[in-house]
Ligand binder design. Structure first.
Ligand SMILES: [Mg+2]
Length: 104
């Protein structure tokens, strides 16, 4: 299996969606996919009859896909943003190590 970096995924999704697609359109897809994750978890935990049409793995990938797509068309560098946000959270909740330290 090939390695995939966040930067590569962002570049690919920017190419795919930066053609007049709006954040709103992609966000609506993201919300649909979040609902599909909820449906699968409800099935897996017995709150809903199992239909076998969706898998948790695939639905989580769909959520990541649209989340990263929205970031990409808005020129957000997600790797940097994730590290920075984690740093803020680590300070706020007094947790160590933070992600940047973990990676070094
Ligand atoms: Mg889906």
């Amino acid at each position: 299996m090939k390695e995939l970096s966040m930067a590569q995924l962002q570049e690919y999704l920017k190419l795919k969606y930066d053609n007049g697609q709006t954040s709103t359109g992609l966000f609506m897809k993201l919300v649909e996919e979040v609902g599909e994750v909820a449906e699968v978890i409800n099935q897996l935990e017995g709150r809903k009859a199992h239909t076998d049409t969706h898998s948790l793995e695939k639905e989580l990938v769909d959520v990541i896909h649209y989340t990263v797509a929205i970031a990409s068309i808005n020129n957000i560098d997600l790797s940097s943003a994730i590290i920075e946000k984690d740093k803020q959270a680590s300070v706020k909740y007094n947790q160590t190590p933070d992600l940047e330290t973990f990676l070094s």
